[in-house]
Design a protein around this ligand. Structure first.
Ligand SMILES: Cc1cc2nc3c(=O)[nH]c(=O)nc-3n(C[C@H](O)[C@H](O)[C@H](O)COP(=O)(O)OP(=O)(O)OC[C@H]3O[C@@H](n4cnc5c(N)ncnc54)[C@H](O)[C@@H]3O)c2cc1C
Length: 397
């Protein structure tokens, strides 16, 4: 088998990258190209390998998803002489749903036509609510213990995952689906404003789902059902999500028998956070570092309408035990700008972001980390996840 055959079989030159021909100069005219399984109109830029090695690991971060079985809290209550509109409990979907959830909270807050609004929290939900409140005409001050770079939101994967651990189907009830859809569609549309900006705060990238058939070892037990009925709503927004497709053998350099691809929005959180902070401040917003001990403290603020976005912090601040921690850990590999896709393989997810290659163990499904509030790094988990990616890319060579 010639080198050309090998490369072409792997899809490196023609399968995923017709552009590779240019680099071959004279060779390209000497060899007749073999038939390619991917129609010309479907070809993509080259799939470059991730250097999945522990010596390229520059950080491991842990955060807690603020999960509520009934879905995010969005009701309003009177605390002393202040109207407090809650906006917390978005599980693994906080970035994805932020604009839609913020729009609902701001609508409730502006019903009293306040000239000034206080926002508690400077994570995904606090910042987006604050910007929306400014756009609605209010003068806004954010009060927060930590600013975005130190908030849990900065430790998220950064993918469009609007129904990831957002609720339990039974506890949320059928009417929550409509609210979720409103939040998802509003957010999706708003994120379009951040596409195509310098720094790439939001981008569309390809995701590859890689699998091999499991060897048949005789009769199997049916897989155990998830102990909790996590709600799934993405079918409701089928029209705005690209359809996943199964790719023909040889269409990509990936070595697995089955390769499925879709495209999704990704949030490059370092840049997105920076953009949101800059927009908020440029519109006259103020930020004050402050920690509140109880909900009653909010009544002491000079603003009499407060949007409360403390994330997992609501457990302590609002004494809200409906907020369940779902631990998640991310291993950060040195950024590789030439890698512009994500992969799911053997229970590991990899997403190449501008601020790092984000590697995450997902084995255990939605129950992974459920009820675990330990924000302590597990290096063995990081090594195993990076090792699985290393095995994948090793096979590709
Ligand atoms: C590993 C992992 C991966 C994830 N990936 C994604 C993803 O790909 N896509 C997605 O959409 N979502 C994802 N999420 C979920 C997302 O990160 C959360 O839903 C989101 O960050 C919640 O944002 P928040 O603003 O409510 O909370 P936080 O980011 O925790 O912000 C809370 C703010 O409130 C402040 N605060 C809290 N208590 C007090 C107090 N008492 N006084 C003053 N200030 C206070 C904090 O300092 C902070 O500023 C992921 C989560 C994890 C853990």
């Amino acid at each position: 088998m010639t080198e050309w055959d090998t490369l072409n079989r792997r899809g490196l030159l023609l399968g995923s990258a017709g552009v590779g021909l240019l680099g071959l100069g004279g060779c390209a005219t000497a060899l007749a190209p073999a038939p390619n399984p991917v129609p010309y109109a479907e070809r993509r830029p080259p799939i470059m390998p991730v250097h999945a090695r522990m010596d390229r690991l520059f950080d491991i971060t842990v955060c807690l998803r603020p999960f509520r079985a009934q879905g995010p809290r969005l009701d309003a209550e009177q605390v002393g002489d202040a109207l407090v509109v809650h906006n917390y409990g978005h599980g693994g979907s906080g970035w994805s749903l932020s604009w839609g959830s913020g729009a609902i909270a701001v609508r409730k807050a502006m019903a009293a036509s306040p000239a000034e609004i206080a926002v508690v929290g400077c994570g995904a939900l606090g910042l987006t609510s604050a910007i929306l409140a400014q756009e609605a005409g209010a003068k806004v001050t954010i009060y927060a213990k930590e600013l975005l770079a130190d908030a849990r939101s900065a430790r998220a994967t950064g993918s469009w995952t609007p129904d990831s651990r957002i609720a339990l189907a039974g506890a949320a009830g059928p009417q929550f689906g409509d609210l979720w859809e409103e939040m998802a569609r509003t957010s999706f549309k708003r994120y379009r404003r951040y596409l195509g900006l310098p720094g790439g705060p939001v981008e569309w990238t390809d995701r590859y789902y890689l699998s091999d058939p499991t060897p048949d070892t005789g009769p199997h037990e049916p897989p155990a059902p998830e102990p909790l009925d996590f709600a799934a709503y993405t079918d409701r927004i089928r029209d705005i999500n690209p359809r996943p497709e199964t790719l023909p053998a040889g269409a990509t350099p990936f070595p697995t028998a089955r390769v499925r691809r879709t495209s999704a929005m990704q949030f490059n959180i370092a840049d997105l956070g920076h953009t949101l902070m800059a927009d908020f401040l440029a519109a006259g917003g103020r930020i004050e570092r402050r920690e509140f001990r109880s909900l009653g403290d909010l009544a002491g603020l000079k603003q009499k309408v407060v949007i409360n976005c403390p994330g997992y912090g609501a457990r302590a601040l609002c004494k809200d035990e409906t907020v369940t921690p779902v631990r998640g850990q991310i291993s950060w590999l040195i950024p590789q700008p030439e890698v512009n896709y994500g992969v799911f393989y053997k229970g590991v997810s990899m997403l190449s972001r501008r601020d790092g290659i984000v590697v995450q163990a997902l084995w255990g499904g939605d129950m992974l980390g459920y009820g675990d509030d330990h924000e302590v790094v597990d290096r063995a988990e990081a090594e195993r996840a990076v090792g699985i990616l290393s095995e994948l890319y090793g096979r590709m060579m």
